[in-house]
Write a protein that binds this ligand. Structure first.
Ligand SMILES: Nc1ncnc2c1ncn2[C@@H]1O[C@H](COP(=O)(O)OP(=O)(O)O)[C@@H](O)[C@H]1O
Ligand SMILES: [Mg+2]
Length: 1107
């Protein structure tokens, strides 16, 4: 919910001076002081903001504050400059009204700060975006540049603006800033040459000397030492809290952001340097024949450096400081300058140079920040201009006169606009308009600016008049012309009133400004108004090669010689003030009146007299009076009703119906006198603040009652709810507790029961266990006893039997001994000496007899390995020898039975054993098969008649073999014949010889280690038979064939032996290619025979069934 607040809440003093009661200067100042002491530096007079300079940073400018004041009504929150800025910005954006913010006050009152606060607030609340931010940044950064060149430390303010500034900020229809235009007014240029004690020249000089790099200084021909420059006052060169070097960097940065080119910055600095150099040029008198002194430059070094810096011919400038050319109507006259005139010319040049440079800066900034779009803009102007200046001690001069004139004009526009606004509101609200009596300062303005007999006009007239013109002649003129004016006072006035007024010196005149009387000393008025710069100097400047310099002195152009005098300072100022006033009049004004609480620039001090002085010349009390002229206070019906509805039963708590009627009912009910208020269209107008305060008072009292009521009801409600809650909670707690207690009790009983139960069960179990253990022990005892008893019996019986046996043996031993004894006794006579030996020999004989008879049963087969076991240990050697001898003998006997043929057969078998035993798995199965040789019975079989006859020698072996076809690994049957000198392969059916190979050509035979019948016959390389390649054959009688080949081949070829190669992988030469034959075990089980299969070009794989 939005919190509805009001300015009237928590007020310290009164937030709006309009409500001050009673209204007089003292109460006004008391109120300011009261608020100032409570850190409330802002106070309203209606919509005008009075701002007291706190001289310390207060936490009231934070982003949170900006948010707080954003989009709130003016009187909704406590007074703040943000409220004014917000109001102005919103009516600019939403109601399309151009705004101006007029900030006045004396030097050091916080005008510049206020203008910056307004700008920063607007920057914070207006639109965002890259382009918009750039514009904002440029607008904000124009400040440091202008402050560096236009501000200086003064007695009143360390950063005092020495120029007036008006800045128009332009916005588009959305309220986004587009750009701006800055106008400057009357730079205090006399400061360039001379500063009062304790004050400084413009900041930029000190900033340049402290902050520029050594390089830059060398380029500008400058020294870092302030004391070297006549134009810089030394006693306050360093100011506490001002870091000139850092500021210089800030300024350069700001210039860059604003859009100055590097070369432009350089030119500007060169001109600043030139001003410093200029100050150092000094003159000496030189006597002339005509008796007059003529000035000469004393030390030409500075002059030379300055000329180098600006590209001016030294002699030209030197001459310009010594002579002056006066042109009048085609005539040219040259007069010499004396030393004083030379100094005057020098200072005039410095002042002009600097002030023109400043104006150029403003123009240049304007070029950068001007709005790009050509569409219609909404404008918010911010005017930061010097307030009334009245020096009590120092005499007021031309500058003060001009400044006060400007303030007079501002006051006028203020009165005009405020009254106009007031009047417009009354008409808008349909309230009767009663004319208000107030002081209109138009007469004073007229006194100054009237074109015929105004002071400025007369000053101009005096300046332009031929003949001798002095400040005194000017005063005389004033005395004659303005004598009758009621706001003009002078000693020599015809008006005898002041003849004896000693507070008014003779060389002075006094003006009664709306803010008080000011005494002006006429000295310097004419000179300052003339603002004379000798043409020779401007022409010398124009001759410079420095382009900015030429730009600043266009009147020096000889092609455009203008004999007319340039407009006077007063005239120029009046014109620009006129333009400004016109400009302001088209806008909706917002006022900020700045007040300085003390002269010491410190916090917490409030000097009544000082404030009183300012309040007076700012015309603030007057301001309140104007504001209160008709009705002091006005408020929309809605907010009025909302605020005071509790004062009447009919409107409280809700009023149904139009707010206006509600307010009427309310005021009638409160019996407020009818002349105290008036009903507008949308607002109620209250004539007297007292009425408002009565209402406020009653409201406060009523609020207290209401608060008590609300408190009462709330407390009742709170206690009741609390009680009900407690009650409810108690029931819940009790229920839970009961449940808990019961649960606990039950758990206890349950566990007790369980304990008891377990004890009883344990007791019972232990009883039974004891019983059972007893029974078991009894049973065990019986068994043990029985066992022991049986053991005892058995042992007794054993003992008895043993005794019995011993007894028996004893009997037989005794009997044997007895017999022996008897025999020995009987044969003692026969035995005598050799009886023992004979008995021994006899016994041995018997044993041997028995042994040899046992050997008789042994068979004659050499294969029989049986032999009787050895009968006695002592025969062991004989026994084994006998066995060997017997076996050899048995073999001899066996061999003796062999015929020659059988012997040859066995020899072959033996050879087969040598070749194959333990090398080829097929061998063991062949041992028992006799080698038949001719399996085909080739001689008897008529089928092989022809073949047989073809054979030249005896056929030693004839068998059917398979020749393995290398192409597919399949076998084709062939007859294999072997004779003493060769082997032959012949067709099985026809018996035709296919190949006959002499045995010497046979190189080697390869077989596998496994139980297959494959063999390869490898022929000698290069032999006649080798051309057809090797033979890969298979046969059932492999062992026999190979053995025979080995035997016969060896003898036939007359060599050691044929190589028999036994391995599972060998190479066979088929015609050109070598093919590898590889044997693997456990091939496909297709029968019992091995199968050959061609795997690829180079590999034949023979799978042999596993045994
Ligand atoms: N609102 C403020 N809060 C804190 N200090 C302020 C405020 N306004 C002014 N000052 C102080 O007062 C000094 C003078 O203010 P300035 O705006 O330069 O005065 P003016 O422009 O009126 O001569 C500032 O340098 C600053 O220290
Ligand atoms: Mg200022």
């Amino acid at each position: 919910m939005e919190v509805k607040t009001s300015l009237l809440d928590n007020m310290i003093g009164v937030g709006d001076m309009v409500l001050l009661e009673p209204l007089n200067e003292d109460s006004f100042i008391m109120n300011l002081r009261n608020r100032f002491d409570h850190n409330e530096i802002y106070t309203y007079i209606g919509s005008v903001v009075i701002s007291m300079n706190p001289y310390r940073s207060l936490p009231i400018y934070t982003p949170q504050k900006v948010e707080e004041y954003r989009n709130r009504n003016f009187y909704e929150l406590s007074p703040h400059i943000y409220a004014l800025a917000d109001e102005a910005y919103r009516s600019l954006r939403d109601q399309d009204k151009d705004q101006c913010i007029l900030i006045t006050g004396e030097s050091g009152a916080g005008k510049t700060e206020a203008s910056k606060l307004v700008m920063s607030y607007v920057a914070a609340v207006c639109g965002k975006g890259q382009e918009v931010n750039k514009v904002k940044e440029q607008l904000l950064q124009s400040n440091p540049v202008l402050e560096a060149f236009g501000n200086a430390k003064t007695m009143r303010n360390d950063n005092s603006s020495r120029f007036g500034k008006y800045m128009d900020i332009e916005f588009d229809f959305k309220g986004d800033p587009l750009g701006g235009v800055i106008s400057n007014y009357l730079l205090e240029k006399s400061r360039v040459c001379k500063q009062p004690r304790g004050e400084r020249n413009f900041h930029i000089f000190y900033q340049l000397l402290s902050g520029a790099s050594d390089d830059t200084l060398v380029k500008l021909k400058l020294d870092r030492d302030f004391s070297k420059y006549n134009y810089l006052s030394l006693d306050s060169a360093n100011v506490n809290g001002l870091d000139d070097a850092a500021s210089f960097r800030t300024v350069r940065n700001a210039m860059q952001i604003v859009g100055f080119m590097e070369a432009e910055v350089q030119s500007v600095l060169e001109l600043v340097a030139a001003v410093l150099k200029l100050g150092n040029i000094e003159f000496k008198p030189e006597s002339r024949v005509n008796g007059f002194d003529e000035s000469r430059v004393k030390d030409k070094n500075d002059l030379k450096e300055m000329c180098e810096l600006l590209g001016i011919e030294q002699s030209v400038l030197e001459r310009a400081f010594s002579y002056r050319t006066v042109e009048a109507k085609m005539e040219k006259m040259s007069t010499t300058l004396n030393v004083a005139q030379a100094y005057y010319a020098r200072d005039a040049l410095a002042k002009n140079l600097y002030s023109r440079l400043f104006s150029w800066l403003v123009t240049r900034i304007n070029e950068s920040i001007k709005a790009q779009a050509k569409t219609r803009h909404k404008v918010m102007g911010v005017l930061d201009i010097y307030g009334f200046e009245i020096f009590e001690v120092r005499d007021n001069s031309f500058e003060q006169f001009i400044i006060n004139y400007c303030n007079e004009k501002l006051q006028q526009i203020f009165i005009e606009l405020t009254l106009r606004e007031e009047q417009e509101e009354y008409i808008r609200e349909d309230i009767e308009w009663t004319n208000i009596e107030y002081f209109n300062n138009a007469v004073i303005c007229d006194l100054i600016e009237n074109n015929q007999n105004g002071i400025l006009a007369m000053l101009d007239e005096e300046c332009l008049r031929p003949g001798t013109v002095t400040d005194d002649t000017f005063l005389d003129k004033l005395n004659t012309i303005c004598a009758e004016h009621q706001h003009f006072e002078s000693r020599l006035n015809k008006n005898s009133k002041f003849l004896t007024d000693h507070s008014l010196p003779h060389s002075c005149f006094r003006i009664q400004h709306y803010a008080g009387k000011v005494l002006y000393r006429v000295e310097g008025f004419v000179d300052k108004n003339n603002d004379l710069l000798y043409r020779d100097l401007s022409q010398a400047m124009y001759k410079a090669t420095h382009s900015l310099m030429r730009q600043l002195f266009p009147e020096g152009n000889p092609a455009k010689v203008n004999l007319k005098r340039p407009p006077t300072a007063g005239f120029q100022f009046k014109a620009s003030v006129g333009v400004l006033m016109k400009n302001l009049q088209t806008k909706n004004p917002n006022y900020i009146r700045c007040i300085k609480p003390n002269d010491k620039k410190v916090a917490h001090i409030f000097t009544d007299s000082l404030v009183c002085h300012q309040v007076r010349y700012l015309g603030l009390v007057e301001n309140v009076r104007v504001r209160r002229a008709g009705y002091a206070f006005r408020q929309p019906y809605e907010s009025c009703l909302e605020r005071y509805k509790m004062l009447c039963k009919k409107t409280w708590p809700h009023w149904r119906g139009p707010a206006r009627d509600g307010v009427e009912v309310l005021l009638t009910d409160c019996s407020v006198p009818t002349e105290e208020f008036a009903y507008g269209r949308s607002k109620i107008f209250i004539r007297n603040p007292r009425t408002l305060f009565t209402l406020e008072e009653r409201r406060r009292a009523c609020l207290e009652d209401l608060a008590t009521l609300i408190q009462k009801i709330y407390r009742g409600w709170k206690s009741r709810t609390h009680f009900l809650l407690l009650k409810k909670s108690q029931v819940v707690v009790a229920a839970w507790y009961r449940r808990y207690a019961q649960q606990n009790k039950y758990q206890k009983i349950k566990s007790a029961t369980l304990v008891m139960q377990s004890f009883i069960r344990g007791w019972k179990a232990r009883n039974i266990l004891r019983q059972l253990k007893y029974e078991k022990r009894c049973k065990e005892a019986v068994t043990t006893i029985a066992a022991y008893w049986h053991g005892t019996q058995a042992r007794m019986e054993l003992r008895r039997l043993k005794t019995e046996a011993r007894n028996k043996r004893a009997v037989s031993v005794i009997w044997a001994y007895w017999q022996g004894t008897k025999v020995r006794r009987e044969y003692r006579k026969f035995f005598r000496a050799n009886a023992g030996k004979k008995i021994y020999d006899f016994t041995i004989q018997r044993i041997m007899q028995k042994y040899f008879l046992g050997l008789k049963t042994t068979t004659m087969s050499p294969m029989d390995n049986s032999w009787p076991a050895k009968p006695y240990g002592f025969l062991e050697g004989a026994h084994t020898q006998l066995r060997r001898i017997f076996h050899l003998w048995r073999c001899k006997k066996y061999r003796g039975q062999f015929t020659e043929e059988k012997k040859a057969v066995y020899e072959e078998k033996l050879e087969a054993s040598e070749i194959f035993k333990d090398k080829k798995a097929l061998y063991p199965s062949s041992v028992s098969q006799p080698f038949k040789g001719d399996y085909l019975e080739i001689q008897k079989n008529p089928k092989y008649q022809k073949l047989n006859s073809a054979m030249e020698e005896k056929v030693l072996l004839a068998d059917l073999v398979n020749k393995i076809n290398r192409a597919n690994g399949k076998g084709s049957p062939r007859l294999f014949l072997l004779t003493k000198s060769n082997f032959v392969l012949a067709d099985q059916k026809t018996g035709q010889v296919k190949a006959s190979v002499p045995l010497p050509d046979l190189a080697s035979v390869s077989v596998s280690t496994q139980s297959d019948g494959f063999f390869a016959l490898k022929l000698k390389e290069g032999s006649a038979s080798a051309s057809k390649g090797d033979f890969l054959l298979s046969s059932e009688h492999l062992i026999e064939i190979i053995t025979k080949l080995h035997r016969i081949g060896t003898t036939a070829a007359d060599r050691d032996q044929i190589n028999i190669d036994i391995s599972d992988e060998f190479l066979v030469q088929f015609k050109q290619d070598k093919v590898c034959v590889k044997f693997i075990q456990g091939g496909p089980k297709n029968g019992n025979s091995a199968a050959c299969k061609r795997k690829n070009n180079r590999l034949l794989e023979v799978s042999v069934p596993s045994p």
